[in-house]
Ligand binder design. Structure first.
Ligand code: NCD
Ligand code: ZN
Length: 346
């Protein structure tokens, strides 16, 4: 017996594509299933200006295999030197769909991020005026704050003050990992949304640390306790318009992951949609998959839902996903949920 579900073609509202050989390797993995993606700007050096975002967009489109349709939605990396005029022009031309806030040092390639939030005040005010969303990496970087508490502390110390002092600023809390974040989103108005990754619906911190350290499950923000994973599942599958898919698929070569000091990031582009079908079915909420993956995101970003569709089929046999994809830089391990998945993109 096989079951199937058809949803509008989904989008990924938080994606790392990198550049060069890695871009060429990972782009088809996303373009196969997704119509659009919000492209993270944390290249080295970061994508800071409208001109840099335009050039990066051209490189992405040049790397897209013949016959594949995919629209990269570009973002700017917010620095203390970001020019509000440049941001407004990049938005007015239709090129840039969001600005990304990384607290300096919070994650991979975030050294140019923000330390003094007063310095970015003029940019945030411009963004509030023109309706350009701010995407936040919601973790404080203070070494005195336990890594498992950094998201909750960010809400109190950074996010809530920014939102209070910048009325009208539209914000996406990216890759939320805690019940605190889900509750905060629900307590606010529709100017606040949140993305949730595939892997945070599947793993908790035991998966990383119990029975031997599993570098391929290490990402930032780090997965939290089981109660938080369950809160994320409830939020993602609820149909609530403020929660939508952002995979945070973040490719690193195995060489860079399997280190004494390994990189943070889970690579989920290849199997995200079947994994989500599994999760939503497990929660008895398959009917809400379209909202989470295809509708809530465009509605928040004030873009049309994609015209095409994606069909997922559930088979008796478990789906065989590739264990890794190859790139000229080396292999990239595909996220392994640790249980058999019977869903497959038709
Ligand atoms: C991301 C990356 O590798 O660029 N890593 C991650 O663990 N998610 C950066 C980020 O989004 O934090
Ligand atoms: Zn990310």
């Amino acid at each position: 017996m096989s079951t199937s579900i058809t949803i509008p073609r989904p989008d990924d509202w938080h994606l790392h594509l990198r550049d060069g050989a890695m871009l060429a390797a990972v782009l088809p993995e996303t373009a196969r299933d997704f119509g659009r993606a919000i492209i993270m700007p944390n290249l080295v050096p970061p994508v800071v200006t409208g001109a840099q975002a335009g050039a990066y967009r051209d490189r992405i489109l040049a790397a897209l295999p013949e016959g594949m349709a995919f629209e990269p939605l570009m973002t700017l990396y917010l620095t203390e030197d970001t020019d509000p005029t440049d941001v407004a022009a990049a938005h007015a031309s239709g090129l840039v769909k969001a600005v990304k806030l990384y607290p300096a040092g919070a994650t991979t390639n975030s050294a140019s991020g923000v330390t003094n939030f007063d310095k970015v005040r003029p940019v945030l005010e411009t963004m509030a005026e023109i309706g350009l969303p701010l995407c936040t990496h919601g973790e404080v970087t203070d070494n005195h704050i336990d890594i498992f508490d950094r998201e909750a502390v960010f809400i109190d110390r950074v996010l809530d003050p920014i939102r209070r002092s910048t009325p009208g600023l539209r914000v996406v809390m990216e890759h939320i990992t805690t019940a605190n974040a889900a509750d905060y989103v629900r307590s606010q108005d529709s100017d606040l949304g949140a993305t949730i990754t595939t892997h945070h619906l599947i793993i908790n911190r035991n998966h990383i640390l119990a029975g031997g350290i599993k570098p391929h499950y290490y990402c930032l923000p780090v997965a939290k306790r089981e109660e938080h994973r369950l809160a994320l599942r409830a939020a993602a599958t609820s149909g609530d318009a403020r929660f939508f898919l952002g995979t945070d698929s973040a490719p690193h070569t195995d060489e860079n992951k399997l280190q004494a000091c390994g990189c943070a990031g889970c690579f989920t582009a290849t199997n995200t949609m079947p994994l989500l079908a599994h999760v939503f079915e497990e929660e008895g909420k398959l009917d809400n998959l379209a909202k989470f993956a295809s509708e809530n995101g465009p509605n928040f970003y004030r873009l049309p839902v994609n015209a095409g569709s994606l069909t997922l089929v559930k088979n008796e046999a478990a789906t065989a996903f590739p264990s890794h994809i190859t790139s000229e830089d080396g292999p990239v391990t595909v996220f392994d949920p640790g249980f058999p998945v019977h869903w497959k993109v038709a």
